[in-house]
Design a protein around this ligand. Structure first.
Ligand SMILES: [Fe+2]
Length: 281
């Protein structure tokens, strides 16, 4: 078990490490032909957030549909829409739901803080689940395990809901490790922005009660290779103990003035990867 001191040391070292992904070792390669590790092409779509920005709802909706057309042309193995689907919780979700239905590849949707705003109530969770489906889910695709979490459950939800997700997350990761399957974590809010031991802020998972530390250590110890998130409206890449944490561009507002767009992550069984920017304009 890591002590607080050794954890901070580990974090500061890993925060300075160059971005990269070590190759999977033979012992980590799934033995069963059914679990054979193949290249994975994953579309990462952060914060369509219909209605956010000075340009208004119509412009963000137009870019949303352009992004869907590009995604369908790219035909990735899976599409991940990482939260903040709409800007205003009070607005009907019809435009978003209808757009998501146009996405042809397998789709995984993570809830954002605008989709289930705080305080997180049973009613808001139910609305999300009725509109978009499960707020957490896992999928085995091309030998990779994708684990999508609801980060709003770590922002003051009913204790039973949070505990259920914690237990589920540990179980999903543990099962992947047992079978030698590499994982990719998906969420709206990233675990941290610059440093794993940074102060709490709006932009990252809290480290109250060492939640952030426990999550990233658990992810890495169980073979997670990537953690893909939205929320920041800023393109950021950092690495924690070999696990790449990546926030991409949005089609709503980019605080860092990056062009509107999405990302296509292509990862090889060797661990080599590309993370291509696809402009949506
Ligand atoms: Fe957002």
């Amino acid at each position: 078990m890591l002590t607080r001191r050794s954890f901070v040391k580990t974090l500061s070292l890993s925060a300075l490490a160059p971005a990269g992904l070590s190759a999977l070792t033979a012992s980590e390669t799934p033995a069963s032909p059914a679990l054979e590790l193949k290249p994975l092409r994953l579309a990462q779509y952060c914060d369509p957030q219909l209605g956010f920005g000075e340009e208004g709802f119509g412009e963000s909706l137009t870019r949303f549909h352009k992004a869907i057309d590009l995604i369908n042309d790219l035909n990735p193995d899976v599409v991940t829409v990482l939260g903040d689907l709409v800007h205003r919780y009070e607005d009907p979700a019809d435009e978003m739901i209808n757009g998501l239905k146009r996405i042809k590849p397998q789709l995984i949707v993570a809830p954002g803080n605008h989709d289930i705003p705080e305080p997180v109530t049973p009613e808001k969770l139910t609305r999300f689940r009725n509109d978009y489906g499960p707020d957490r889910q896992s999928a085995l695709i091309n030998g990779w395990k994708l684990i999508c979490v609801n980060t709003q459950l770590w922002r003051g939800a009913e204790p039973e809901e949070t505990a259920a997700q914690d237990e589920w997350f540990s179980k999903e990761l543990g099962q992947a490790k047992e079978k030698g399957i590499p994982s990719i974590i998906l969420s709206h809010i990233p675990p941290y922005i610059a440093y794993p031991n940074e102060d709490d802020s709006w932009a990252a998972i809290t480290n109250e009660n060492e939640l952030r530390k426990n999550l990233i250590v658990k992810a890495v110890e169980n073979g997670a290779r990537f953690w893909l998130a939205g929320h920041t409206h800023e393109t950021i890449v950092r690495v924690f103990e070999g696990m790449l944490i990546m926030n991409g561009e949005t089609t709503s507002v980019n605080f860092d003035k990056r062009p509107y767009g999405i990302r296509l992550l292509t990862v090889q069984p060797s661990g080599d990867y590309t993370w291509d920017f696809i402009k949506v304009g």
